[in-house]
Design a protein around this ligand. Structure first.
Ligand code: SF4
Ligand code: SF4
Length: 179
């Protein structure tokens, strides 16, 4: 069932935690090629995202720390009428990776209601979250499971992915004459 209620997703994710981790292990060892899994996830991501308006949610902006690099800082600083150095001092913490910063405060100070005040120029990592369009889903699936309890897109994509993989494996068993 398609789920968008944040509290219910959090609770369902808790209830399904063991099964979801077991599915991740299954996915890494199954005989469906990683490229095919990526293609399924990309399609599911497009389908699910078309039904969820992030501008009515904003939960990742409340629960996670946005990551910024120099071009993001330049744009965001200009929008805040600050120099990049002033912006960094006011809002950011350095990370261990050179040139990478995270927003110090949670929820993010640029969140207004459920929408980023600088939505059209938001940092690249914010625009790309939850990264389900990227390659190598199976090797990045730990991050996916971390994000699942807080993001309706991730939660629903993972639910549909479980169904599709079960269906593919059932058809393969039938084709082999195993059942
Ligand atoms: S910068 Fe904008 S999009 Fe990114 S976390 Fe903050 S409010 Fe959300
Ligand atoms: S990416 Fe997920 S958590 Fe973030 S606003 Fe969109 S649906 Fe909500």
């Amino acid at each position: 069932m398609f789920e968008t209620d944040l509290a219910r997703i959090k609770e369902l994710a808790r209830q399904k935690e063991k099964r979801n981790w077991a599915f991740r292990t299954h996915l890494k060892g199954c005989d469906i090629k990683p490229g095919k899994i990526d293609a399924i996830v990309r399609r599911l991501h497009a389908e699910v995202s078309s039904k969820i308006d992030c501008r009515t949610c904003g939960n990742c902006c409340r629960e996670l720390s946005a990551a910024l690099e120099a071009p993001d800082i330049k744009r965001m600083a200009k929008a805040e009428h600050l120099t990049p150095a002033e912006f960094e001092q006011k809002y950011l913490d350095k990370t261990d990776e050179p040139g990478k910063f995270v927003v110090r405060q949670k929820p993010c100070p640029f969140l207004s209601g459920n929408v980023c005040r600088h939505y059209d120029i938001r940092p690249k990592s914010c625009a790309e979250f939850p990264f389900l369009h990227k390659r190598d889903f199976t090797t990045r699936s730990i991050m996916v499971l971390w994000n699942l309890p807080l993001c309706p897109i991730v939660y629903n994509v993972y639910e549909f992915l479980k169904q599709e993989v079960r269906h593919i494996e059932l058809l393969r068993r039938v084709a082999r004459g195993d059942i």
